[in-house]
Design a protein. Structure first.
Lengths: 108, 117
């Protein structure tokens, strides 16, 4: 699996957009980008995934650069409940490797 | 649909004792994963099953860890004997098998927190 690089921590004001970057410069053509988050004392929760195109669902938007070497997860209106560790993963079928993620703290 | 069930939620044992964790995946999910998550780190895959066969156990410390998935549904992970460094959260996840594309979203249980004293 391609290695990912994420900032260790980020802060965001409640109600503002949270933009979480991920670098995956060694990604190969058949590897998808996945985002999960882990709220304290819970298992990781799937957020969104994509291959080439930008994606949006009810939780977030995923922006993947044209060269696919980086991506950004966007939480459009962050709430206090979005405080969690966010993991960016790139993988082919079946295998996934979690890094240490970004701790997002949403502040009132 | 019901989520991934794990038990127990917490376990405290002394080093050199044995311990077992149980996982019941989401109904119909052919793939089951066991992860170890040490405090402050991301989950590390220990073993992956496809139905009742092992797909990947390259990071499973086989001298002390074992896992089985009889009948392709429930799974147990065992540690014998436990060491202090085994203190961690053990997460179980499951996913549907989607042949040919990497779109198998993993659904995680709440985990079992193991403390080895």
């Amino acid at each position: 699996d391609a290695k990912t690089t994420q900032p260790t921590s980020m802060d965001c004001a409640e109600g503002r957009a949270a933009n979480l970057p991920c670098n995956h410069s060694t990604i190969s053509g058949n590897e998808y980008v996945y985002w999960y988050r882990q709220i304290h004392s819970q298992g990781p929760q799937y957020i969104i995934h994509g291959l080439k195109n930008n994606e949006t669902n009810e939780m977030a938007s995923l922006i993947i650069t044209e060269d696919r070497k980086s991506s950004t997860l966007i939480l459009p209106h962050a709430t206090l409940r979005d405080t969690a560790v966010y993991y960016c993963i790139v993988r082919v079928v079946g295998k996934s490797t979690f890094g240490d993620g970004t701790t997002l703290t949403v502040k009132p | 649909e019901a989520g991934v069930a794990q038990s127990p939620r917490y376990k405290i044992i002394e080093k050199r004792q044995s311990v077992a964790f149980w996982c019941n995946p989401i109904s119909g999910h052919a793939t089951l994963y066991w992860y170890q998550q040490i405090l402050g780190q991301g989950p590390k895959l220990l073993i992956q099953f496809q139905n009742n066969g092992v797909v990947d156990d390259s990071q499973l410390p086989k001298d002390r860890f074992s896992a089985e998935r009889l009948k392709g549904v429930d799974s147990t992970l065992k540690i014998q004997p436990a060491k202090l460094e085994d203190s961690a959260v053990y997460l179980c996840a499951s996913s549907r098998w989607t042949s040919g594309v990497a779109k198998n979203i993993q659904y995680f249980g709440a985990g079992t927190r193991l403390s080895v004293l």
